[in-house]
Ligand binder design. Structure first.
Ligand code: ZN
Length: 418
């Protein structure tokens, strides 16, 4: 079985490599400074093959922030010439996306026995892992199916915490809302692994697991994740069909019922920030929102994305500050301090609307408005050197440092009951 899985993996990679879908594609970072620059970017987005990495749509591009986008090989030189002509400064973050994609996987790694947490895993491997870690840790881990995806894959939730016979305060942690952000599911798996490994030996983790439950969804957008392995490494959205459009998928992080589609989201199904036909139109979003609504005692909501190294909190849909802004800001500051203490990784933090851009329909705002007053979005490594193609060699340091931030927040929540 292992051998078969491995062969399947090699086949997928070699098909991509042979086709060379992204051969010659570049990732550019631009710094638009005036209206002419913005117009040029809009023009390029309509006429050339452009995939916005940061921010996630041409609609969100403004003069005060840098823009990262992937440009198709056939267009790159023409666009670069245009940029030079209008004096729009840019850096080439990635010279050849295809080459880097092949280097993302750590070929030098010797095959370890058991599940390798320092590799990216396909969905079928993660699904087997979910079953296995549950069976192996009956006193700490329970598995729930909270719904299924558009393509009818199961969406799993792992409840991680000592069984006590009564309901404990809980921390919800989800990964893989956006398909191409592979470091995110890798972190959720790392978190569960560390929890079960350290229970009983590490006093801090033991206390957390005795007194709290962690509700971990390792991959929310399973269809998109599968698609990002099989067909398009840079797929972001779900895979639901949109009647009347040739374009597939909705941005699940614009589909929550939080001032849905009022700002920083698109009504166009072809856009990467398409908000869907209505709030919770996506089965994956409905499953997660439905679970959180009916669960008794969720005290914190944490959602893991990449990339840009940020710890964000509500609101996204308005520039207004939350009533507990000071507390959230202090928590974010301290969480980021804990994170950077390990490898010196620098994070920005603050309300998402102010730190990045306003956008509605996000899961963190929705959870906050539901009454979960500790709500945070983490954007993990890096800041653009590899972007979504963060190499496997960075899984360990990224997860190790992120654990410090999550454990800090969990401890804070434990000490501040409400
Ligand atoms: Zn994301």
């Amino acid at each position: 079985m292992e051998a078969l899985l491995f062969l399947g993996f090699v086949a997928i990679i070699s098909v991509e490599a042979a086709v060379g879908k992204y051969a010659g594609d570049k990732v550019l970072r631009l710094r638009p400074e005036n209206e002419q620059h913005l117009q040029f970017i809009r023009h390029v987005s309509h006429s050339a093959e452009v995939d916005f990495w940061q921010p996630h749509s041409v609609e969100l591009v403004t003069t005060n922030r840098s823009v990262d986008f992937r440009i198709g090989a056939g267009w790159a030189s023409e666009v670069q010439a245009g940029l030079n002509k209008i004096g729009l400064k840019y850096d080439i973050l990635i010279e050849n996306v295809q080459n880097l994609m092949e280097k993302q996987f750590d070929r030098n790694k010797t095959d370890s026995t058991g599940y390798d947490y320092e590799k990216y895993h396909r969905w079928d491997e993660i699904e087997s892992w979910i079953a296995k870690i549950t069976i192996e840790n009956p006193k700490l881990v329970s598995r729930f199916k909270i719904g299924h995806s558009y393509e009818r894959r199961s969406i799993y939730l792992l409840r991680v915490g000592k069984r006590t016979g009564f309901m404990k305060p809980a921390i919800f942690l989800d990964c893989g809302i956006h398909a191409r952000e592979w470091i995110s599911p890798a972190f959720c798996q790392w978190f569960v692994k560390e929890a079960v490994r350290n229970y009983g030996s590490d006093p801090a983790m033991t206390t957390l697991l005795n007194k709290l439950d962690f509700l971990v969804v390792p991959v929310i957008n399973v269809d998109g994740y599968v698609y990002s392995w099989a067909r398009d490494r840079f797929w972001r959205k779900t895979r639901s069909r949109n009647p009347g459009s040739r374009c597939v998928g909705t941005d699940p992080n614009r589909n929550f019922d939080a001032k849905w589609c009022s700002i920083g989201a698109s009504r166009d199904p072809c856009d990467d920030i398409y908000c869907g036909s209505h709030a919770e139109s996506e089965k994956e979003v409905k499953a997660v929102a439905g679970f959180i609504r009916q669960y008794c005692c969720i005290k914190a909501y944490l959602t893991i994305h990449s990339y840009s190294q940020m710890c964000l909190f509500p609101y996204s849909y308005t520039y207004s500050l939350t009533p507990n802004y000071k507390e959230l800001n202090t928590m974010a500051s301290d969480a980021v301090k804990a994170l950077s203490s390990l490898h010196g990784t620098q994070y920005e933090y603050g309300p998402a609307a102010i730190i990045i851009y306003p956008s509605a329909g996000g899961s963190d705002d929705w959870a906050y408005d539901l009454g979960i007053k500790y709500s945070f979005t983490f954007e993990l490594r890096d800041t653009g050197t590899y972007g979504f193609l963060l190499p496997e060699s960075q899984i360990r340091p990224t997860c190790e440092e992120t654990m410090l931030a999550i454990n800090y927040i969990a401890t804070y929540v434990l000490n501040h009951p409400y």
